[in-house]
Design a protein around this ligand. Structure first.
Ligand code: PBG
Length: 321
């Protein structure tokens, strides 16, 4: 018999609540939103049940629901009216995300932290995250375009820009343009199979090839730490690990390697697998979602981007009672 008796403190819900090591809170959750052209549109995304593409005029009502639930941050993605090889919609003054930011500001002021993804893949006709030279992605030609997009988003009122294109030097290029804007760098972003549903949601699947020449090999953890340290060196204020559950060791490594806030992105495929299995009655949606979010927090993420954000905030309030 050892001196450790784990079950003594597991007997009642009150005791378990007293000694829990990891607590989720709605304020740590970030809700990703997809914004599309049109009016009065709430279009459900087939591969992400419960998630919608919203027209700009639908944003205030949605923002009010998030705030009511205690979710105070959003991450915006845009579906532009049209696409071109350079992705010029990413920096258009009247671009879809620029319009969304202005509408959110008008409706809720500073109540919501508005984070904007900075990437070209939603805006390029070929669906890659950078501009092409022949069949390859031109890193250095992409940098000024990402910086221009970030500047345009900040000019529209974004609180934080989150570069996700995985081009080398993208954080430095944005920092040079925007000395004062908070940057959340998607520092360790794997070329993951779990982004599938997002590419349907954002209509951003690459027209040819894949993203493995810029997104990281999921097999690499030390390289992920190098990416994180490089982004901090270039001027990032927070760093993101993506996906989340398949990369918990990288979340933990990020936490150990730096003192900045660490975000993890529970991506579309992580959401979709829970939804799909729960629909079949194979797992409990709420329990599986909360267990996953708790694991992501336990690994070291203080900020979690999740399609469950609104729903999970509701569950957390119920559990408080
Ligand atoms: C843009 C971007 C992607 C995601 C976030 N930002 C798509 C990709 O890299 O292919 C994926 C998010 C998700 O799957 O929920 N590059």
């Amino acid at each position: 018999m050892t001196d450790f008796h784990g079950r003594r403190l597991r007997r009642t819900p009150a005791l378990r609540a007293l000694v829990t090591e990891t607590r989720l809170h709605p304020a740590m959750l970030v809700a990703p939103l997809f914004v599309r052209p049109g009016r009065g549109i709430r279009e459900e995304i087939g591969s992400m049940p419960g998630q919608h593409r919203l027209s700009v005029d639908e944003l205030p009502a949605h923002a009010a629901r998030l705030l009511e639930a205690g979710v105070r941050s959003v991450l915006l993605f845009g579906l532009p009216e049209s696409k071109d090889p350079d992705g010029s919609g990413a920096w258009a003054d009247k671009g879809i995300v620029q319009q969304a930011i202005r509408e959110l500001r008008r409706a809720v002021g500073d109540e919501l932290a508005v984070i904007t993804d900075v990437c070209l893949c939603e805006y390029t006709s070929h669906g890659h995250c950078g501009v092409l030279r022949g069949a390859s992605i031109d890193n250095d030609a992409t940098l000024p375009l990402l910086a221009r997009s970030a500047a345009s988003l900040v000019a529209a009122g974004a609180d934080v820009v989150a570069p996700s294109a995985m081009m080398d030097g993208q954080v430095a290029a944005i920092r040079e343009q925007l000395p004062d804007a908070p940057i959340l760098a998607y520092a360790a972003k794997h070329a993951s199979a779990f982004y599938g549903p997002f590419r349907e949601a954002a209509d951003s699947a690459p027209a040819f090839g894949d993203r493995r020449s810029y997104q990281m090999d999921p097999a690499n953890r030390r390289e992920a730490v190098s990416e994180i340290l490089a982004d901090l060196d270039e001027g990032a204020d927070m760093i993101m690990v993506k996906p989340a559950l398949p990369a918990l060791d990288i979340v933990a490594a990020a936490r150990a390697a730096t003192n900045v806030p660490i975000a993890a992105y529970q991506v579309s495929g992580e959401y979709a697998v829970i939804c799909a299995a729960a629909e079949r009655g194979w797992i409990d949606r709420r329990a599986a979602a909360l267990e996953s979010l708790t694991a992501i927090a336990r690994a070291g993420a203080g900020v979690i981007v999740s399609y469950f954000a609104l729903e999970a905030a509701g569950w957390l309030h119920e559990m408080d009672r």
